[in-house]
Design a protein around this ligand. Structure first.
Ligand code: FES
Length: 573
């Protein structure tokens, strides 16, 4: 049923004949707006995560103008609202600590203002879940405009990808293969234009998952940020949101367990970042879909990696776009999808896939020729991770997926930095490197420390991968046999807090197990002696974070925000 003008949410603020509404109308006219511009049409928020210190979103200020064009064309009235900008590479201690901040901000912006629908602009890692979590909790019609990946770049003829090659070149530099002049020259490579990382990092992963779950126009998520098609997509999204308002097409009408399952299927087929496991649990929860790590593993079971993108493959997001983008990929796994799920364009996923075609069989592989049979995510349990841990087998060394080795334990990132390159460090290629206190509470904020550096002396011997275990996260652009998100984390008293250098750790990815060779009695004895670290008393937002963040297997949402809550409308007097 199409909404009538008087049913618009904004009309509750603007239409009544009383002094408050008079003041609302008066103050809008103070900005030079005519009464007709906001009184008889949907009011649309453009929630923009642009900032001068967010390179991945550098173009979003301009894109907002294209969105406005589309909104005006369709008879809506746009208002641009700045929201916290989480530029992944500059924000310290980690953007993850602020994902929930952004989610709260989006929810409260949409709740507190006379908004009928919203266009969400963002793309850098935590921005996507932050925007979607807030929008799901506000439950107003919304459409997501992904920032789009940066363009490809090359170094000495080789395609280089953001993040992935930074780590590769750093290892080469540590091993003495790259001189200072070359290292400095590399600073101006790999990230050639505004836009999100062009590898299958968390940004690409989350924007593609958002598309698979129906939050974007079809094939929006891989359009390069600097392509004119990106501007046209932004304008079209602006046009579409106005219709969505009249149709009352809000997330609770198209987001459900089946659309989450579609997101998980896409996650596996793209070879997505391990971070998505945390974000998906948090997003699904906000949309009233309870989700666990084991659910993700079950839904994604036997879906191989088909997108040939770094770090699991060899191409980049620009190539993926030319190959046909997400529709081409989803077409490959259509039997695993719920094609009747609705998307923001008002059509089903199946209808949106009707015109999908693959134009590059090497970039979007067939099921018969996957990039990797090994999955993008495996969930581990055992006496070292009672609530679970994850690993990305498709970006790990096959020879290390079953491994038993002696632990070398670092208590913190500072401890690791102080000792990892010590020539006398007792370590060899079989050692299992362990970093603890990198979780949501321990770091705090669960930074991307999980790709522990290989000790310099081993790099010089040619070692490029080792088993590494932590309660931290890892950038989706990185690779290696890294066990991540160990839960409960060490700072919460998880078994990771109890192990010592020299203990023997067993990893068996095929069996889904992660154990330390210690008896229950020994673990209990060590637990009795364990004392939690006493951190500096936190203040402000960090205090809220530490008091309310949940563990990685629960999505790291705040306990008072997680899950579904009937959206509360503000009282209007
Ligand atoms: Fe923004 Fe990678 S740093 S997407």
């Amino acid at each position: 049923m199409r909404k009538r003008l008087e049913e618009l949410r904004s009309q509750r603020w603007l239409a009544p004949d009383n002094t408050r509404s008079f003041a609302h109308r008066q103050r809008l006219q103070q900005m030079g707006l005519r009464r007709e511009e906001f009184m008889s049409r949907p009011v649309i928020a453009i929630v923009n995560t642009w900032s001068d210190l967010s390179p991945c979103h550098a173009h979003l200020r301009e894109r907002a103008e294209a969105v406005k064009r589309g909104i005006l064309l369709a008879g809506g009235m746009p208002f641009e609202l700045p929201a916290m900008s989480l530029g992944e590479v500059l924000v310290k201690p980690t953007t993850m600590i602020y994902r929930n901040f952004l989610a709260m901000e989006v929810e409260e912006l949409l709740r507190s203002l006379p908004i009928d629908g919203a266009v969400l602009l963002g793309g850098c890692d935590k921005t996507v879940p932050g925007l979607l979590m807030g929008a799901l909790s506000a439950d107003l019609p919304c459409i997501f405009v992904p920032a789009g990946p940066m363009l490809n770049d090359r170094w000495r003829g080789e395609k280089v990808g953001a993040g992935t090659h930074t780590r590769k070149f750093w290892d080469e530099r540590q091993a003495g293969q790259l001189n200072t002049r070359e290292w400095i020259a590399l600073e101006s490579h790999m990230s050639r234009t505004p836009g999100t990382c062009n590898t299958m990092g968390t940004a690409s992963t989350m924007t593609l998952i958002a598309e698979a779950m129906g939050f974007t126009l079809p094939n929006a998520s891989s359009i390069p940020a600097m392509d004119a098609a990106h501007t046209r997509m932004a304008s079209q999204s602006g046009e579409r949101i106005v219709e969505m308002v009249w149709e009352d097409l809000k997330p609770s009408r198209f987001f459900n367990a089946k659309s989450v399952a579609n997101g998980i299927a896409a996650y596996m087929a793209i070879g997505g970042s391990t971070n998505a496991a945390i974000h998906l649990i948090a997003i699904a929860g906000r949309g009233n879909v309870p989700l666990t790590l084991d659910d993700i593993q079950r839904e994604g079971k036997d879906i191989p990696v088909l997108a040939n993108i770094l770090p699991s493959g060899s191409s980049l997001m620009e190539d993926f776009y030319y190959a046909g983008g997400l529709p081409a990929l989803l077409q490959r796994i259509h039997e695993r999808l719920s094609l009747d799920c609705m998307s923001v364009n008002g059509r089903t996923l199946g209808e949106n896939l009707e015109y999908a075609r693959c134009d590059d069989e090497d970039v979007v592989r067939s099921l018969a020729q996957p990039v990797s049979e090994r999955p993008a995510l495996a969930v581990l349990h055992g006496n070292l991770a009672p609530s679970g841990a994850v690993i990305k087998p498709s970006a790990a060394s096959e020879s290390l997926l079953r491994h038993t080795g002696r632990a070398l334990v670092f208590d913190s990132m500072a401890d690791l930095n102080a000792r990892i390159n010590d020539p006398d460090l007792d370590v060899d290629a079989h050692t299992v490197l362990v970093l603890r206190n990198g979780g949501p509470l321990g770091a705090p904020g669960m930074p991307e420390w999980g790709n522990l550096p290989i000790p310099k002396k081993l790099l010089e011997q040619g070692v490029r991968d080792m088993v590494r275990i932590s309660d931290a996260r890892m950038s989706g652009t990185h690779y290696g046999t890294c066990v991540l998100h160990v839960a409960p984390e060490a700072a919460a008293g998880g078994p990771l807090a109890l192990i010592r250098t020299g203990d023997v750790i067993e990893l068996d990815v095929a069996a889904g197990s992660l154990d330390v060779q210690l008896s229950d009695a020994e673990l209990a004895q060590r637990r009795a002696q364990w004392k939690p670290a006493v951190p500096m008393p936190p203040r402000g937002y960090t205090k809220i974070f530490l008091e309310h963040v949940t563990q990685a297997n629960e999505g790291c949402d705040f306990d008072f925000l997680a899950g579904w809550h009937e959206p509360a409308e503000p009282a209007i007097y």
